[in-house]
Design a protein around this ligand. Sequence first.
Ligand code: AMP
Ligand code: ZN
Length: 115
Amino acid sequence: MHTPADCLFCAIVDGGIPADVVWRDDEFLAFRDINPQAPLHVLVIPQLHRADAGELAADPALAGRWIAAAAHVAGLLGAAQGYRLVANTGPDGGQTVDHAHLHVLAGRPMRWPPG
Ligand code: AMP
Ligand code: ZN
């Protein structure tokens, strides 16, 4: 079991809540976002609970592997024209699930600035 017990994404890692898993290794899990904002929208999460990107980045090597995992997933799923990685962090960042996740968005041109 992972912690905390009431964490939605820990429950996905543990298999208690189903998800459309597209890739995993021994450290990370990638699954499709339930409310996709682009033709390709996948979340890449650490299997061990970290509350947000800042907490995860306390281990810089882990943060590097996290980004490498997201880039790998983008390539795996055919984001040939590019992709966007987003880590909404904290209330002003728009974070709604308190388990670190990288959004991998692709399949359409992205706008800037984000909302
Ligand atoms: P954020 O708002 O950056 O914290 O992103 C949380 C993301 O999790 C949102 O894009 C949601 O659509 C997504 N989400 C919430 N519940 C699930 C779920 N059960 N399976 C897949 N994605 C989910
Ligand atoms: Zn968690």
